[in-house]
Design a protein around this ligand. Structure first.
Ligand code: MG
Ligand code: MG
Length: 601
C-alpha cells in the first residue's frame, strides 16, 4: 500500500520534514496546517517542492469545530472552510480532515451534524475536494468511529467520507470486537487511515494522544488487528502515520522518518500485504568489539578477567581476546575515539548471515561494506540505530565466511582461566531519542523478542531499559536510555556481561589478578539480609566482593562489576537457568556506586 506521514510527526521546518519523508521512501504526506502557516513558502511552492520530491499531498489537516453548532456559527464555519478550500486548491491537496467538534457550542444532534457535514461536502465538492470526518476520542458529542460513520452515512454525500485514526479508536477500547465494525464500512467511504501506536497508560486521553503517540509496533496497541479490518472493508488509500510525540518533535527528522517507514514495512508484513526476507534469528554472540585509543588499560582488565590474547588480525591493530566461548576484539585502529573506549561492534552468530543481511536491508538498516579492507573475509554487516555495527557471523562453520580466518594465532594461549564461559548479555545505552526505535529495530530486523521496559532510578535521573533476546537466551541485549549529564556520547555507558558458573571464585580470581570491583555500600547488604535467607557466610562473601543478588520465581542472579574504562565496563554474572532478568532491582545501587567512582578514560 502507499505510505504517508503527517508533517507533525517530524521535527524541523516544513521543507526539512518533506525532504526527510521523501528520503525515507514515503509516497505522500499529510500537511499539518501549522507547518504550512509557519512556512515562508507559498502553497504553490510547497506543492512544487512536494512534486520535486515525488511526494503527493494526501491530506490537509485539520479543520475543527465545524458541525452541529448554531446557524450563525455554522455560516462563519463555511466561510472559514471556503478560505481553506481555496488554499488547498493552490496546494494541490484534495482531501481535508475534519475532526469531530469539541466546541462548547456544539449540540448533541446527529441529524444536525449530518446536515452540516453535507453542506460542507457540497461546498468542498465545488473545489474538487473530499471531506474526511474523524471522531476524536475526546469529541464533545462524537467520540467513536462508528458514531462518526453513522453521521457520514446519514449525510450521504459522495464528497463526504470518514477518516479512521487508530489512536482515537484503540485508546477508547482495546477489545478486538470493537474494531470488527470497521470491516462493514464501505471501503470507498473510508477516505483516510491515520496510524499511531501508544504505550498503554492510564492517563487523560488528550494528553496521552498529544505527547505519547508512537509508530506502529513501538507501543501496546493492536495496530495490525485494526489494519486487517480496514483492508477487509476494501480501503484503497494510504497507510498514513500521524504521531504526536515529544521525543520525535526534538529528534532529527531524517532518522525518525526512516524509523517511521520501517514501522510501516513491518506492519505491512504482519498483515500479509508484503513478504520481505524472513528474519534470521541470531543464535549466539560471536564477539564484542571494543575500540580504544589505548591498548593498555583494556588489555590489563581483560587479563585480570582471565582472558588470553589468542590472535591478532592479519592486517589491522585488532587483537582477539578469548576465554571459553567469550570473545572480545580490541581494536586500537583509526576508528578509536579520542574520548575513550567504546563497544563499537557486535558479532552475532547467524544460521544464514547473507539472509540476515537481506532482511536488515529490506527494513532500511544501513548495510556496511562487506570487507573493511580488501584482504578481509567478506562479512555481512549492518548498522543499528545507535551506530553499533552488527556483523552476521558463522564462526568456524565451513562453507561460510568465517571472521576468525582474518586472525592469526599469537603464540601460546595464556594459562589464565577466570571461569568465564560466554557473553551473557550486552548492554547498549541508546541516544536519548532512539529508545523506541532501537527496540523496534532489534525485534523486526533481528527477530528478537522484547521484554517489558523497566524504569531504574539513577541518582541524576531515570534510566529506561528494555531487553531483547532470542528464545534460548543465547543472545541478550539490554537497550537503555539514561539521564545524560551532557549531550556527549561519552556518557552513554555500555557493558559486557560475562557468564560464569561460580561468581565468587571468578570475582576472587579477578581481584587476585589486580582487578578492582565496584564497591557496593553496606546498606545494600543490610537490606538484602532482610529480604532473603542466605547460607552461613554467604552474605559476608557478597559484601566483601561487591556481589549483588537478585531472585525471581525461577532462580537467583548474582553479579558484580568492574570499573569503567571510557564508556565500557564489564559485569560478571552467575545466572540460574530459570532466571530471566538482568538484576534490574539492583541497578539503582550499581548506578549510584558508579557515579561515586569517576570513570577512567
Ligand atoms: Mg487523527
Ligand atoms: Mg547487565
Amino acid at each position: 500500500m502507499r505510505t504517508s506521514i503527517a508533517t507533525v510527526s517530524l521535527s524541523g521546518a516544513l521543507t526539512e520534514k518533506l525532504t526527510a519523508a521523501a528520503r525515507a521512501g514515503f509516497d505522500g504526506v499529510e500537511v499539518f496546517e501549522n507547518d504550512l502557516l509557519a512556512s515562508p513558502l507559498a502553497p504553490e511552492e510547497i506543492r512544487a517542492r512536494c512534486a520535486d520530491l515525488g511526494l503527493s499531498i494526501d491530506l490537509y489537516q485539520p479543520m475543527r469545530d465545524i458541525e452541529a453548532v448554531p446557524q450563525d456559527e455554522f455560516q462563519r464555519n463555511l466561510r472559514r472552510a471556503e478560505h481553506k478550500f481555496r488554499l488547498m486548491e493552490r496546494l494541490g491537496a484534495d482531501t481535508v480532515l475534519v475532526c469531530s467538534s469539541v466546541s462548547p457550542l456544539a449540540v448533541d444532534d446527529d441529524a444536525l451534524a449530518a446536515f452540516h457535514l453535507r453542506r460542507l461536502a457540497e461546498l468542498a465538492d465545488g473545489f474538487g475536494i473530499r471531506v474526511a470526518y474523524e471522531a476524536l476520542a475526546w469529541g464533545r458529542h462524537v467520540s467513536t468511529y462508528d458514531h462518526a460513520w453513522r453521521i457520514v452515512e446519514a449525510a450521504d454525500h459522495p464528497a463526504l467520507g470518514t477518516c479512521l485514526d487508530s489512536f482515537h479508536i484503540l485508546a477508547r477500547s482495546s477489545d478486538p470486537k470493537d474494531v470488527e465494525g470497521i470491516a462493514d464500512i464501505p471501503g470507498e467511504k473510508i477516505f483516510f487511515l491515520q496510524l499511531a501506536d501508544a504505550p498503554l497508560m492510564a492517563m487523560d486521553v488528550l494528553q496521552w494522544s498529544r505527547h505519547y503517540r508512537c509508530f506502529p509496533g513501538q507501543g501496546g496497541f493492536d495496530i495490525a488487528g485494526l489494519v486487517r479490518q480496514v483492508i477487509k472493508a476494501g480501503y484503497q488509500g494510504p497507510l498514513s502515520l500521524e504521531v504526536f510525540n515529544d521525543v520525535f518533535r526534538q529528534a532529527e527528522a531524517g532518522p525518525t522518518a526512516v524509523d517511521a517507514q520501517r514501522s510501516l514495512l513491518v506492519l505491512q508484513e504482519s498483515v500479509g500485504l508484503t513478504a520481505p526476507p524472513a528474519p534470521v534469528v541470531p543464535t549466539g554472540i560471536a564477539f564484542a568489539e571494543l575500540v580504544s585509543p589505548d591498548v593498555e588499560p583494556v588489555s590489563e582488565l581483560l587479563e585480570a578477567l582471565g582472558f588470553a590474547r589468542t590472535a591478532r588480525h592479519r592486517g589491522k591493530p585488532v587483537d582477539l581476546w578469548q576465554q571459553g566461548e567469550a570473545r572480545v576484539l580490541l581494536n586500537t585502529g583509526p576508528g578509536a575515539r579520542r574520548d575513550g573506549t567504546q563497544l563499537a561492534a557486535v558479532g552475532l552468530e547467524s544460521p544464514d548471515p547473507a539472509g540476515a543481511a537481506r532482511r536488515a536491508e529490506s527494513l532500511l538498516a544501513p548495510v556496511l561494506p562487506r570487507r573493511r579492507t580488501p584482504e578481509d573475509v567478506p562479512l555481512d554487516a549492518v548498522a543499528a540505530p545507535d551506530g553499533t555495527e552488527l556483523f552476521f557471523c558463522a564462526t568456524g562453520r565451513p562453507g561460510l565466511p568465517d571472521w576468525t580466518r582474518d586472525f592469526e594465532p599469537v603464540g601460546q594461549p595464556a594459562p589464565a582461566d577466570g571461569g568465564i564461559r560466554r557473553i551473557d548479555h550486552l548492554a547498549l545505552t541508546q541516544p536519548w531519542h532512539q529508545f523506541d526505535e532501537a527496540a523496534l529495530f532489534h525485534r523486526s530486523v533481528l527477530g528478537l523478542g522484547a521484554l517489558e521496559s523497566v524504569d531504574v532510578a539513577d541518582p541524576y535521573g531515570l534510566l529506561r531499559s528494555r531487553a531483547v533476546t532470542n528464545a534460548d537466551g543465547s543472545v541478550r541485549i539490554a537497550l537503555g536510555v539514561g539521564p545524560a549529564p551532557s549531550a556527549d556520547d561519552g556518557d552513554r555507558a555500555q557493558h559486557i556481561a560475562l557468564a560464569t558458573d561460580d561468581l565468587v571464585a571468578a570475582a576472587r580470581r579477578f581481584r587476585a589478578a589486580g582487578g578492582r570491583l565496584l564497591t557496593i555500600p553496606a546498606n545494600y547488604y543490610d537490606d538484602l539480609a532482610a529480604k532473603y535467607e542466605f547460607e552461613e557466610g554467604e552474605l559476608e562473601t557478597y559484601r566483601e566482593l561487591g556481589i549483588l543478588y537478585d531472585r525471581d520465581a525461577d532462580g537467583a542472579f548474582r553479579h558484580c562489576y568492574t570499573e569503567t574504562i571510557g564508556r565500557v565496563f564489564f559485569e560478571l554474572v552467575q545466572r540460574d537457568a530459570g532466571y530471566r532478568g538482568y538484576g534490574a532491582q539492583n541497578a539503582p545501587v550499581r548506578l549510584a556506586a558508579q557515579h561515586v567512582r569517576r570513570p577512567v578514560r
